[in-house]
Ligand binder design. Structure first.
Ligand SMILES: C[S@@+](CC[C@H](N)C(=O)[O-])C[C@H]1O[C@@H](n2cnc3c(N)ncnc32)[C@H](O)[C@@H]1O
Length: 320
């Protein structure tokens, strides 16, 4: 790396570090620029992406039970949400809580400033009485801030199977930090996609409309826009597979020919061989007992499981 290294953004540094590895990879948190946010909203609307509909059904039909189980009407609390996105499903809970005058502040956390601004404006319109305190940070930065919000009880939402974007050991590390930044009585509602027919899972990540492919390839466009790189999007493809033994969907970009890509900020050229893969995302699916074991091993206690009618997805409530 040249002397401009100190001026590189965290995005630029993570990209170069990932592309210099023997097995190239890019962190999935960089999918979400404005175009990535728009494409993810299209993914949520696809018939193949069952995750959103299943979790929507859980929150629509069991929100009373969920709000009772979190003790929403007993005392004031902070409602924190990691990776809030457009809040499509969370609004079901927010409506239920605000209609019944629960005393809480909502802290949506997101790495995408674009979606966070949109969500905040949207909530001010839809729920004028709701207190919203947006947090523009990544998960680990927000975890460090959590204990300092105020001394009310924290109830945290981590929905959409976002925890599936961690390998099992990384998820354990995340929960460990969550617990160490929490107090006894705090709660976590974890939305997790469950293992099921592999064909159903595979289609959600490699749809016939090409939307998941466009979402994956947008990472190249983002590097061109923000880092001045010269990726030719026509020279890369989208490749995913589901491995039922580990429960992991793995997504990659694949180089369709031998090629060089230049990054002007760091004055570096990265070479790609024909058929070389760049790992971009993991989406882990859990068995119910595996999920419990993961959470219990980090000091969380299962309180209730809220499942959809097909048993595809669970929103499981844990207490610290
Ligand atoms: C898959 S979307 C899910 C959104 C929402 N939770 C849902 O279930 O519909 C993931 C969201 O988390 C945000 N995100 C992804 N990685 C993140 C990270 N490491 N830290 C903070 N936010 C992140 C993205 O910007 C995006 O809005």
């Amino acid at each position: 790396m040249n002397t401009t290294e100190t001026k590189l953004t965290p995005f630029a540094i993570d990209v170069i570090n990932g592309l210099e590895k023997k097995n190239k990879s890019l962190p999935s948190k960089y999918f979400y620029d404005e175009e990535g946010d728009r494409l993810f909203q299209q993914i949520m609307n696809m018939p193949e992406y069952y995750l959103t509909r299943c979790e929507f059904e859980i929150l629509a039909e069991q929100r009373k039970e969920i709000c009772d189980a979190i003790g929403a009407f007993n005392a004031s609390f902070n409602l924190i949400e990691f990776g809030a996105g457009d809040g499509l499903k969370t609004k079901l809970l927010l409506k239920y809580l605000t209609d019944r005058k629960a005393d809480f502040t909502y802290y949506p956390v997101d790495i995408s400033l674009h979606i966070l601004d949109e969500l905040t404006a949207d909530l001010q319109d839809e729920f004028p009485s709701l207190q919203v305190a947006p947090v523009h940070d990544d998960y680990f930065g927000a975890l460090r801030q959590m204990g300092n919000f105020n001394n009310r009880r924290n109830v945290t939402l981590f929905l959409g199977s976002n925890i599936g974007n961690f390998h099992y050991d990384e998820a354990a590390g995340f929960l460990k930090q969550f617990v160490s930044n929490s107090r006894s009585g705090d709660m976590l509602l974890l939305g997790v996609d469950l293992q099921k027919d592999p064909g159903i899972i595979s289609l959600a990540y490699d749809d016939p409309h090409g939307i998941t492919a466009a979402f994956n390839l947008n990472l190249l466009r983002r590097m061109n826009n923000e880092l001045g790189a010269d990726f030719d999007l026509d020279k890369f493809g989208h490749y995913t597979y589901y491995e039922p033994a580990s429960g992991e969907v793995l997504s990659f970009l694949i180089s369709l020919e031998n090629q060089l890509v230049y990054f002007p900020d760091s004055d570096q050229t990265i070479s790609f061989e024909k058929n070389e893969l760049v790992h971009t995302e993991i989406s882990k699916k859990y068995k119910p007992e595996e999920l419990e074991e993961l959470a219990i091993s980090q000091g969380l206690k299962p309180v209730s499981h809220f499942l959809d009618s097909k048993n595809y997805f669970t929103d499981t409530l844990f207490s610290v």
